[in-house]
Write a protein that binds this ligand. Structure first.
Ligand code: NA7
Length: 545
C-alpha cells in the first residue's frame, strides 16, 4: 500500500494492547473472522452474548425454523475439507442442523478457546493517544484492542412491542427470537402474533399439534413454496463435486447465490404467456428464485403486479375460504420489496377448522388480559402466545453498544439513519470495522457469501496496514457521504422503499425511514470494494502509523 491516500501520518503513536482485535459476536461472521486473523498471526478474542456459537441459529430455535436459501449455498466455502466433510440432510436445513454445523465449525478450527460466552460487549471507547479501543463487557471486564470488529448480525436485536397489559398475561409467552427448548403445544389454545418468516414457519410447524390456533396478522407476507425434501447421497455428491463452480457463481451473483437469475432479461419485453410460463416454472422449482426471474421485477410496477397477482392467485387456489384467502393476499406493497417467505405448507394451514386468521387492521389488538388477548372489542383466551414480531434490523445490535470516539457517540451520529463507507466503517470511529454492516448488501443476499467477502476484505486490509506500518484507519467523511448518497439513490430507483419493511426500518416505532442494505447487488459491491482496495489504493480511507 502506498501512502497516496494517507496524508495524515504521525509516527509510532500506538501503545500496547491486550488484543490486536476484539470481535463482537460468535455467529458465522465472528467465527470466520477469528480463524482468518489467527492465520495472519494476529491475536483476537471474541465476546458472545449467547452460551454457544451460532448467532442467528443459536437464538432462533422456534418450531419449524429453517434457512430460506438452499443448504449448500448457505454454508462456508473457504475451506475445501470443511465443505467436503459436511453432509446436509435437507434442501433447506432446519435450525438444529445449522446450529450443529456452527458448532462443528467452531470445533474443527478450535475456535472456542478464544471466545468468551455469556458476555455482552456493552461499551467501546476509542483512545486516540494509543490508537486503541477500550472495550467493556457485561462481566465488568475492560480490555484494550487495536481494532474492534462488529460481527453482531443483521437480525439480532429482537423487537418486542409493548402491548398493553402484556405483563399481566398469566399463560405461556414466548418470542420466536429466543424460544426455549421442549415447549409442548398438544391440545393447547395458541396465538401467534406476526406473519413474517418466523411467524409463518412457526404456524406451519405447530398447526397440526395445537388444540386451536389464532393468527394475528398485521401485514400478509408473500410466500413461495420451498419444496423442501431430504437430500439423497447422489444430491450431495453432485454438489461436492461442483463446489468450486458453485462458489464462483455465488460470489458473482447479485444476491450471493445462484438462483437462476435473469438480471438482464426484462419481463416487459416478453409476452404475458412467456412470463406466465416462467412464473409457473419458478413456483414449481420453489424458493426465492421466483423474485429473481427478471431484471425488472423490482423496478417496473406493472411487472411487479403480475408477479404479485400470480401469488395471490395461488393463495386463492390453496385456501378454500375466499375471505381468508383475500386476507392472506398482500395488496399494500410490491412483491419482493419485503423479504419473501419460503414456506412448507403455510397457506394450507388455513383450511384446518381449528385455525383462524385475525386481521388486526380490522380488529386492532387492544391489549393482553390475564388469560388472553383483546382485539376489536373481543377477548380470546389462550394457553400459549408466541410473538414473532421481528427485529430492529441492521442497526439495532450496533446501537445497543455504547460506542464512543473523540467525544462522539455512534448513537448520535446515526440518530437519523446509519452512515457508513461501504458498510465497512463509519467515519470518526477509527479501527471500528463492520461485517455485513448497514449499507452493505448483507440481507439482500446469501448472508454467508456476504460474510465471507467482508471478512476476506477486512483481513486483507489488516495485512496491508501491517505491511505499511499503519495502526489507524478511518473512513473519509466525503467518501462516506458519497456512499450514503449512492445507497439511497440506488434504492430510490427501485420499488423497495415502497414497503413498510424492516429494510426501511419501518417496523420499529420512531426509527427513521432509511433504506438500510445496499440494493445495488453483491456483484457490484464486490467490484466497488475490490477496485477501492486495489486499483484505488484504499481510496476513501485514511491511515496513520
Ligand atoms: P419480520 O419479517 O419483521 O416479521 C415480523 C412480523 O411481526 C410482521 O408480520 C410484523 O408486521 C409483525 N409485527 C411487528 N410488530 C407488530 C405489532 N406491534 N403488532 C402486530 N404485529 C407486529 O420478522 P421475522 O422474524 O419473521 O423474519 C425476519 C427475517 O428472518 C426474515 O425476513 C428472513 O430473512 C429471516 P408488519 O409486517 O411489520 O406489519
Amino acid at each position: 500500500m502506498s501512502t497516496a491516500t494517507a496524508p495524515e501520518k504521525t509516527a509510532g503513536k500506538a501503545g500496547k494492547v491486550d488484543y490486536d482485535v476484539v470481535i463482537v459476536g460468535a455467529g458465522f461472521a465472528g467465527m470466520y473472522q477469528l480463524h482468518k486473523l489467527r492465520q495472519q498471526g494476529m491475536s483476537a478474542h471474541v465476546y458472545e452474548t449467547g452460551s454457544d456459537v451460532g448467532g442467528t441459529w443459536f437464538w432462533n430455535r422456534y418450531p419449524g425454523a429453517r434457512v430460506d436459501i438452499e443448504s449448500h449455498h448457505y454454508s462456508l466455502g473457504f475451506d475445501e475439507d470443511l465443505q467436503q466433510e459436511w453432509d446436509w440432510s435437507e434442501r433447506y436445513a432446519p435450525q438444529p442442523e445449522l446450529l450443529k454445523y456452527a458448532k462443528h465449525v467452531s470445533e474443527r478450527f478450535d475456535l472456542r478457546k478464544d471466545i468468551t460466552f455469556n458476555t455482552k460487549v456493552t461499551a467501546a471507547d476509542w483512545n486516540e493517544a494509543e490508537h486503541s479501543w477500550t472495550v467493556t463487557t457485561s462481566a465488568g471486564e475492560t480490555v484494550s484492542a487495536r481494532f474492534v470488529i462488529l460481527a453482531t448480525g443483521c437480525l439480532s436485536k429482537p423487537q418486542r412491542p409493548k402491548f398493553e397489559g402484556l405483563e399481566n398475561y398469566q399463560g405461556e409467552l414466548y418470542y420466536t427470537s429466543s424460544f426455549p427448548d421442549d415447549v409442548s403445544f398438544a391440545g393447547k389454545k395458541v396465538a401467534v402474533i406476526g406473519t413474517g418468516s418466523s411467524g409463518l414457519q412457526t404456524i406451519t410447524a405447530i398447526a397440526g399439534e395445537v388444540g386451536s390456533l389464532s393468527v394475528y396478522q398485521r401485514t400478509p407476507s408473500f410466500a413461495v413454496p420451498a419444496h423442501n425434501h431430504e437430500l439423497a447421497d447422489e444430491d450431495r455428491e453432485k454438489v461436492k463435486a461442483n463446489y468450486a463452480e458453485i462458489r464462483a457463481k455465488d460470489f458473482a451473483a447479485k444476491i450471493g447465490f445462484d438462483a437462476g437469475q435473469n438480471a438482464t432479461v426484462m419481463a416487459a419485453d416478453l409476452t404475458p404467456e412467456q412470463v406466465r410460463a416462467e412464473q409457473e416454472a419458478r413456483w414449481e422449482l420453489g424458493g426465492l428464485s421466483y423474485g429473481f426471474a427478471y431484471g425488472d421485477i423490482l423496478v417496473d410496477p406493472d411487472v411487479n403486479e403480475s408477479f404479485s397477482e400470480f401469488i395471490r392467485e395461488k393463495i386463492r387456489g390453496i385456501v378454500k375460504d375466499p375471505a381468508t384467502a383475500e386476507k392472506l393476499s398482500p395488496r399494500t406493497y410490491p412483491v419482493a420489496s419485503k423479504r419473501m417467505c419460503v414456506d412448507t405448507g403455510y397457506y394450507q394451514v388455513y383450511n384446518q377448522d381449528n385455525v383462524e386468521l385475525i386481521d388486526i387492521n380490522e380488529e386492532p389488538i387492544e391489549g393482553f388480559t390475564a388469560t388472553g388477548i383483546r382485539s376489536g372489542g373481543k377477548e380470546r383466551e389462550f394457553d400459549l402466545v408466541i410473538l414473532a414480531t421481528g427485529f430492529d434490523a441492521m442497526t439495532g445490535a450496533i446501537l445497543d453498544i455504547d460506542i464512543t470516539a473523540n467525544g462522539q457517540a455512534i448513537k448520535d451520529k446515526w440518530a437519523h439513519g446509519p452512515q457508513t463507507y461501504l458498510g465497512l466503517m463509519t467515519s470518526g470511529f477509527p479501527n471500528l470495522l463492520l461485517i455485513t454492516g448497514p449499507q452493505s448488501p448483507s440481507v439482500l443476499t446469501n448472508m454467508i457469501t456476504s460474510i465471507e467477502y467482508d471478512v476476506d476484505w477486512l483481513t486483507r486490509l489488516f495485512a496491508d496496514m501491517r505491511a505499511a506500518g499503519h495502526t489507524k484507519v478511518d473512513a473519509r467523511v466525503e467518501s462516506e457521504t458519497w456512499w450514503v448518497t449512492a445507497n439511497n439513490d440506488v434504492a430510490a430507483g427501485t420499488l423497495m422503499p415502497q414497503a413498510n419493511s424492516w429494510y426501511m426500518g419501518a417496523n420499529i416505532p420512531g426509527k427513521d425511514r432509511v433504506f438500510l442494505p445496499w440494493v445495488g447487488g453483491h456483484d457490484m459491491y464486490v467490484q466497488i470494494c475490490e477496485s477501492i482496495a486495489t486499483v484505488g489504493n484504499y481510496h476513501g480511507f485514511k491511515f496513520e502509523a
